[in-house]
Every structure is written in C-alpha cells, then in structure tokens.
Design a protein around this ligand. Structure first.
Ligand SMILES: C[S@@+](CC[C@H](N)C(=O)[O-])C[C@H]1O[C@@H](n2cnc3c(N)ncnc32)[C@H](O)[C@@H]1O
Length: 398
C-alpha cells in the first residue's frame, strides 16, 4: 500500500472520528485498511476513495482500527469513589453514560455498582463508534478470562453461566441501552443535564487535540453543573480546557464542570484545589508530564506544590507527584497530609517501603500538628479518620 493511500485514509479518519495518527498507529492503520478492503471486496486504493461517501466502508474500517481494550472494574478506585462519594448524594433518576464503551465491560460495571447503591431508579447508556463493539455489548457474553476483576459474589449475583461463557443477567441488561454515537460530530445523547455520571475513559487519548477540546467543551455545556466526569488515569485535562475542574474523591480524581457547586463535605478529602487549567494541546497516549513549577528566588508555596502534585498524580506522572509532595513534606514537616499524599503516591508507583516511611512520618506528624489547622485542610474529612487511615496503612488496625 502506498504512503499516499495510507495518508488519505488517515485524513478521512481524522476528519470523521477525530482519530490522531502517530507513527505507532501507522502499522495498525495499514493492516486495518487491508482487512476492511478485503471484507468489501475492493482493492485498497478504491476502498480508501470510497470512505468519504460509503458509510458501510467507513464502518468496516472503524471496526478494525479502533482499540477495544477494556475490562470489568478497570481502575477500581474510580468505581469505589463513585459508590462511596457520588451515588449516595444523588437522587433518582440517575443516568450513567459510558462514552466509548468498547465491548461493554465498563457499562456493566457501572450497572453493577448502581445496582448495589441506594439509587433505585437508574439507567446506563453505552455508546461507541464501533458497531462490532456495540454488538458485543448487546450480547453481554464474556469468557472466563474476561471476568477478571469481578469477584465471586458479583459473578453469582449478576451473571449466568452458559457453557464456557458468562452472560450478564437480564435484570442488569434491561437497564443498559446501547447506541452508536460518534463523539466527534454527533449530538450528545438525550436531554442536556440528563446524565450526572459520564465515564469517557481511554477514548480521548486517540483523538486529535482540537476534537478532544471540542468534545469536552460540548460535554461541559451538556452535563448538569453537579455532574461527574471520569477520564482514564493516563488522561489529564491539564492545559487542555478550562471547562472542567479536577477534584479528588477518596483515592480517585474526577472532573466536574467548572461552574459546579462544591461537593458534599464527605467527598472532599483533598487539601488543595487543582491549579486552574489552561488551554493547550491534548496529551498523547503517554501524556507529557505536567509542567514543573518555574524556578523563583522565593520559597515555593506549599498549597501550589500540593495542587501540582495532585495534578501530576491524576496524569499518572508519579515522579513529578512524588517530587512535589516531597517538597511540601520538607517545607511543612509537621503537616501529616503532605506525608500522606507522598505515601499514597509512592504506593501507587509501586514503592511500598518508601510509602510506609511516608505513612510513618505522617503518623509522627499527627502527634505534633495543630489539629484544627489539619482538619480545616482536610475539608470535610475528620481528623480521626485521617489517623485511622494511617493506622490501617501501617498495619496498626485491621
Ligand atoms: C480503549 S477503548 C476504552 C473502553 C472503556 N472506556 C475503558 O476505558 O475500558 C476506546 C473505545 O473508544 C471508541 N472510540 C474511538 N473513537 C471514538 C469516537 N469518535 N466516538 C465514539 N467512540 C470512539 C473505540 O471504538 C473503543 O471502543
């Protein structure tokens, strides 16, 4: 296949579905074009020419070139945050949208969490641009190895064994609607304000920057002001759009429309808000690290460093997050929250021994600190909850 044909296919995909092609995806595109052309019984040149006016040909290509990598309870901390901090605050009806649902695992995970929540009236909407992915979502049938992440109690409650497969129970399937929706160009689903929860994880990383920004800005206008947007761990809106603000819920980070009210007290453990995001370019699959603070002659501001650490953590840049939290811990050695953040980051980065040292430092600071000042920084969490968390981390409590 010539470079010209490949470039032409890439242009159509960019324009129609926002797909951003980089050298790493060229090979996948070439293979997908060949396979889709074979399926349409055309030679590749003719096939690529037909993409602009033949929706069937475009769909054949989309079904092959899109990446359906997903799993049940992927990034479990986000579902814990949803169950603990979000759902108890919502009254029905609740709609959760899995935007870019792939083969359905994310949508059915949302359905399980909703079924376990106090919300009685709920629905899930699963959308994707790939018809093949939507067919699998509708079939709701998964192999043994695809059920990793679903514990025995949930298998028992929400799945039915069928031969070698597991099929999602009718009770859950009846609450999950599927629809083809191209996030680039199609209108957002249903009435504006109808979906409080949007999961759009690991989708925008494949988009060209202007398409990601355009989608996010439409989404911010469409979501209710009190809505919650969950992105993938490697995605950050740092320097992308000011339409959303980053908040921390438990151990997860979520985005809320920039005009959203403050979350309920119990959902606000983060001691410092994220810095105001500025416009810029959407990071690629491996996002560039957030900008480090510029060097100045004055001492860095601990609150700013804390916010920087949180944003870095949300972007998956553990190294930058550790650096920022270490600086805060150095500047404020008697502040247990800085040590706690450092511990959580080191733990997430796979350094349990260093994490334990940070938790121990936090526990030590607990005995020296100004309790009222720390409680104020915890914004809603109580001091004794912080102590209990640290004791659990240090193995002093079960
Ligand atoms: C890697 S999967 C993510 C699945 C799930 N959200 C998760 O995080 O586990 C990316 C999905 O985004 C879908 N997708 C890509 N471009 C899209 C677009 N323009 N509109 C809607 N879905 C799109 C792909 O078809 C694919 O199913």
């Amino acid at each position: 296949m010539t470079d010209r044909i490949l470039a032409s296919a890439a242009r159509v995909l960019g324009r129609r579905v926002g797909l951003r092609l980089d050298p790493a995806t060229q090979h996948r595109l070439a293979r997908s074009v060949r396979e889709a052309a074979d399926a349409c019984r055309r030679d590749v040149g003719e096939f690529v020419e037909s993409l602009e006016h033949d929706p069937h040909a475009l769909q054949e290509l989309l079904d092959r070139v899109t990446v359906q990598e997903t799993s049940f309870f992927r990034d479990p901390g986000q579902f814990e945050a949803l169950a603990t901090h979000v759902l108890p605050t919502l009254r029905g009806p609740v709609m959760a949208w899995s935007a870019g649902c792939a083969n359905g695992q994310e949508a059915y995970t949302l359905a399980m969490v909703l079924a376990e929540s106090p919300v009685a009236d709920w629905r899930v909407l699963a959308t994707d641009v790939s018809r093949r992915a939507l067919e699998r979502t509708r079939a709701a049938r998964y192999r043994d190895k695809e059920l990793r992440g679903v514990d025995a109690a949930r298998r028992e409650r929400f799945f039915v064994r069928d031969g070698d497969d597991w099929v999602v129970s009718t009770a859950l399937c009846d609450r999950v609607a599927t629809s083809r929706l191209n996030l680039v160009g199609d209108a957002l689903p249903g009435e504006p304000g109808s979906s409080h929860i949007v999961f759009c994880r690991n989708v925008l990383i494949y988009f060209r920057s202007p398409d990601a920004v355009d989608f996010l800005e439409r989404l911010a206008r469409w979501m209710p002001p009190a809505g919650y947007l969950f992105l993938g761990y490697s995605e950050s809106l740092w320097q992308v759009t000011g339409a959303f603000k980053l908040v921390r819920l438990g151990n997860a980070f979520v985005y809320r429309p920039a005009g959203a009210p403050a979350p309920p007290a119990a959902a606000r453990p983060a001691p410092a808000p994220a810095p105001p995001p500025a416009r810029g370019s959407m990071p690629g699959p491996t996002p560039p690290p957030p900008r480090r603070p510029t060097t100045t002659t004055s001492l860095p501001d601990p609150a700013e460093l804390m916010a920087l650490g949180e944003t870095a953590m949300a972007a998956g840049d553990y190294e930058a997050a550790v650096t920022a939290f270490r600086k805060v811990a150095y500047l404020e050695p008697d502040h247990p929250v800085a040590h706690l953040h450092l511990g959580l980051t080191l733990e997430a980065a796979g350094h349990p021994v260093a994490a334990r040292r940070a938790y121990a430092a936090a526990r030590g600071a607990v005995d020296r600190c100004d309790t009222a000042a720390v409680e104020a920084a915890l914004e809603g969490y109580r001091f004794d909850e912080l102590v209990a968390l640290l004791d659990t981390k240090l193995g002093a409590r079960g």
